[in-house]
Design a binder for this molecule. Structure first.
Ligand code: OFO
Length: 171
C-alpha cells in the first residue's frame, strides 16, 4: 500500500477510537444529568464507533499493513444541555466526514481502487451520522426548555438498539 495512504488509514483508526471515547463520555454525562434514553443512544453510538475502528483495522490486516496506535485524547467535556451535546456531536461528525473524504482522495491519488471502494462504506455512513445528529438538533431546538418535550425525546432515544454495522471484511 502507498505509504501516505497506509499512514492515513492508521490515523483514521485512532480517530474512530477517539469518536468512541467521546460518545462514551457523552453517555456518561447524559446519564448523570438524568437523560437515560440519551445515554443509551450515546452508548450505542460508542459501540458503533468501535465497529468503525475494527472495520478499518481488519482491512489493514487483510492488506498486511501496520497499524500505529496512538494515545487517545481526553474526551471528557462539560456540555450546557442536551442540545449542546448533539451540536458537539454534529461538529465532530463533520470533522470525521472531512477526514474520511480526505482519506478517499488519498486512495484515489494512490490509484488504490480496492481501498477507494472499501472507503465508500465510510463515506456513505457519514451521511447517516450527520443526518442523525441534525434530526436530533432540530427536535431539541423545538423542545427548548420544555421539560415534557425533552423527556419525550429522551424516551425516543431509549428505544435505540445497537445493531452491528455490516462493514466489508469485518466478520
Ligand atoms: Fe465513525 O463515524 Fe462517527 O465518528
Amino acid at each position: 500500500m502507498n505509504q501516505e495512504l497506509s499512514q492515513a488509514m492508521s490515523d483514521q483508526i485512532n480517530k474512530e477510537y477517539y469518536s468512541a471515547f467521546l460518545y462514551l463520555s457523552m453517555a456518561n454525562w447524559c446519564s448523570a444529568e438524568g437523560f437515560k434514553g440519551a445515554s443509551n443512544w450515546m452508548y450505542a453510538q460508542y459501540q458503533e464507533e468501535l465497529a468503525h475502528a475494527q472495520g478499518l483495522y481488519q482491512y489493514m490486516q487483510m492488506r498486511s499493513e501496520p497499524v500505529n496506535f496512538k494515545s487517545i485524547d481526553d474526551p471528557s467535556g462539560s456540555w450546557d444541555n442536551l442540545l449542546d451535546v448533539f451540536k458537539k456531536t454534529l461538529a465532530h461528525e463533520q470533522f470525521v466526514t472531512e477526514s474520511i473524504n480526505n482519506l478517499a482522495s488519498v486512495a484515489m491519488r494512490a490509484n488504490d481502487h480496492a481501498a477507494y471502494i472499501f472507503l465508500q462504506w465510510y463515506v456513505t455512513e457519514q451521511v447517516e451520522e450527520e443526518g442523525n445528529a441534525n434530526d436530533l438538533i432540530d427536535k431539541l431546538t423545538l423542545a427548548a426548555d420544555n421539560t415534557n418535550a425533552l423527556l419525550n425525546i429522551d424516551d425516543q432515544l431509549a428505544a435505540r438498539v445497537f445493531a452491528a454495522p455490516v462493514i466489508p471484511y469485518l466478520e
